[in-house]
Design a protein around this ligand. Sequence first.
Ligand SMILES: NCCC[C@H](NC(=O)CCN)C(=O)O
Length: 406
Amino acid sequence: MAEKLQALKQQVCCSIDEAKDKLHGLGDAIWHHPELAYEERHAHDTLVRFFTQEKGWTVEPHYKLETAFRATWGPVGGADGESVVNVGFLCEYDALPSIGHACGHNLIAECGAAAALGLKAALESEEAWPVLIKVTVLGTPAEEDGGGKVDLLQEGSFQDLDVVFMAHPTQKNATYLPAMAIHSVLVKYHGRAAHASAYPWEGVNALDAAVMAYSNISVLRQQFRPDWRIHGVIKHGGVKPNIIPDYTELEYYMRTASHRDLPNITAKAEACFHAAAMATGCEVELLFGKNDFYEVLRNRTLEDLYEENGKALGMKFAIDGFSGSTDFGNVSHAVPGIHPYFYIGSEALNHTAEYTAASGADKAQFYTLRTAKALAMTALDVIFSPDVLDKVKQEFREAKLREEKP
Ligand SMILES: NCCC[C@H](NC(=O)CCN)C(=O)O
């Protein structure tokens, strides 16, 4: 049995290696054409074309969202009437404003596609399987802004998945990093314009409100727990020194280790925004982001299997580190899954121009496809032994119960 599983894992690796040029082409096409959240039309079309050209996939473009897609293969194996084990791989492909693929989502898309291709090839190489198996690739837009996975969850797109995999590029390999829950807010101050020298007393200064809000938050931060974060930018600050600004805009992200704390951090931040409005006489408008992201719910059974497979492929794993947030967090509360991180051959930091260069470099290919192999091998572990899937699901149920306790 163990030898058979090993041979199938070998098949995963060979198939991904054989497809490496077209997979590189896929990631490259997305990297060369960076698109913002919900606008990823080129990436969507590129991925849809890719899976349409591959044999055996049923492809649904514009799946529930304009720039989402679904590609499914199977079910295969098993006996009639048996329930299906549906393995999901996720592809992200949105970029950041001004700096392109500075978070390497082009590589996430490539990695998800590669893992799906590798797993399918291994499944095709074997005639008999103990269970019916289906492979699903979901193209999930808007991770950097909005949360396409949360939209898709609300549409029921994850309901028939048993287990779900994706991997995110960073500076090291890690089976898990503590992604934080996040809530966002756009803050608008409305004041009144006036000539800043001739009759400033006629003005109501919206820039003063923005600056006070920024300072209030900075003071508040000192009292935060170490696992809370708040950070913002001034998006509009006025137009000319001699016009008292009548409108300013800030955007803030509030993060906590658990989504249960988001209302607490939000209440504190709201007080800061309102205080600035009151002090300056401005009107304030708070527009909250449509989707909160949850922290990632861990599944150590899957993490351990992934680590074992990664190590067999030569990966070295870090055991700690920091992270931002991800809409995969919400997925992990609905379906057991993992969101490991992978090294791409560069020490550059995410969300910098240097990382954009690194995620488009040829060097990143080896690491991306190695990660895809480890994901597909982990999927094989789950499929090959029903006990493993039971353990994964049991751990998920227990984690949910713990998490739901008051
Ligand atoms: N508005 C959501 C921001 C998500 C963003 N995610 C990442 O940077 C990590 C994955 N791309 C964040 O700021 O954490």
